[in-house]
Design a protein around this ligand. Sequence first.
Ligand SMILES: Nc1nc2c(ncn2[C@@H]2O[C@H](COP(=O)(O)OP(=O)(O)OP(=O)(O)O)[C@@H](O)[C@H]2O)c(=O)[nH]1
Ligand SMILES: [Mg+2]
Length: 460
Amino acid sequence: MEVDYEKWITSFAQEGVKMVVEKLGTGLQNAIKKLRKAVVVDKKTVREYLKEIQKALLVADVNVKLVFDLSKSIEERSLLEKPPGSLSRRENLIKITYEELVKLLGTGDKLKVSDGGKILLVGTQGSGKTTTVAKLSRYFQRSGLHPRLICADTFRPAAYDQLNQLAAEIDIPFYGETNEKDSLKIIHRGIAHFKGNGLIIIDSEGRHRLNEDLMQDINRIHAEIKPEKTLLVLDGTMGQAAGEHAAAFQSSCDVEGIILTKMDGTAKGGGALSACSSTNAPVYFIGVGEHISDLEEFDPERFVSRLIGFGDLQTLLEKAKEVEFDEKVAKRLLSGKFDLNDIYEQISEMNKLGPLKKVMELLPFGAPVPKDALDVQEEKLKRFKIAMDSMTPEEMSNPEMIKKSRIERIARGSGTKPEDVRELLKYHKQMKKLMKNVGSGKKMERFMKKLGMGSFEGLG
Ligand SMILES: Nc1nc2c(ncn2[C@@H]2O[C@H](COP(=O)(O)OP(=O)(O)OP(=O)(O)O)[C@@H](O)[C@H]2O)c(=O)[nH]1
Ligand SMILES: [Mg+2]
């Protein structure tokens, strides 16, 4: 079944990054629309599609080299990789585009910091550091940490008042000095003042990458203070220059993460992509307004989904994922093993894929599933999982060794009943038998062919 890409031009975009999504997104979505209309997907179509993608990225201020690297890897992958499962070449091309864009933006992991640590914010003049220090401190405060702010900007006279005022607004301890010119001294005294309590967030003064003195100064601060995290605050409206700026900060103070600001304004988003690629650091947050609450956690997958049109992209990705899951099960079958680890994985996977029946439909065996295997309720499966959490690795891979005393220990340890454990063991036995039977049937053969795994000789 073909996906209706036209539906992709949606208005689901969240207020915050609407502009970016509109500007960068429209071009990408148009490329996809054209791809959909193409009669055949041959080399020429792929090349034209890539040209459209390049154009969209360039218009959105993505760095030229990056654009070419990106489209090259999309092209290479689309030529090399066989579309997974029932995905068409067209769909696979879009899936690859999505994946390459996500890869560029980082892992999607959350920023990890704790009380007792220090965060240093660096960035160019007016990029939004001071505002972001306040936003971040509120964010951390809400997640149960105890932020403390230090103003280390001795350059702009109003800097002290600006942060002091913001800190007072959200009731967060603040340290700053108005008569000291050496920012390093202020930081040291600030740290002493807070006696190592809480999470210290340091606001530094704005720097231009071409101003050697200032860059050396931030390098000195970074080297001496040794913050747990150094975050680069980058103006999202910056465009092509963002990459160079980010690289300059990277070389002077090991940027470990990026916060993109002003994503609510005229940002085209391309600068962000360029900056990420030149620092190799992930974007953790985006600023979407001037208020303290205008900070969002950044999720690359969601962001790129929005860029290239959410809607059916999700369906498409799930379609590919289901196949990955099928493949895993099939490989286990080929190896002749099927133990509790597989059941555990199936249950965990189910949360993502929906109810058991659906998972069963995906599995290669189709019809001959015993009714009571299908009727195992999700509630029960949850208990199975809890019971398995109390098993040793040996028990998980050799369920046959689990006899009476082990059953009792597992039930006690997991707070389940011995009947649950026994039922789980029975379920495993049933499934294993089923797998074995189906593993040698015609259906399996067809399934393996579908996966491009060829024959499966050697399976008993
Ligand atoms: N619309 C919008 N404005 C922002 C955002 N973040 C910061 N600003 C505005 O950008 C301007 C500069 O912000 P600051 O936080 O003072 O920037 P800075 O990096 O500390 O500036 P210097 O200390 O002079 O280097 C202010 O007017 C902020 O209100 C954002 O996410 N969206
Ligand atoms: Mg400032």
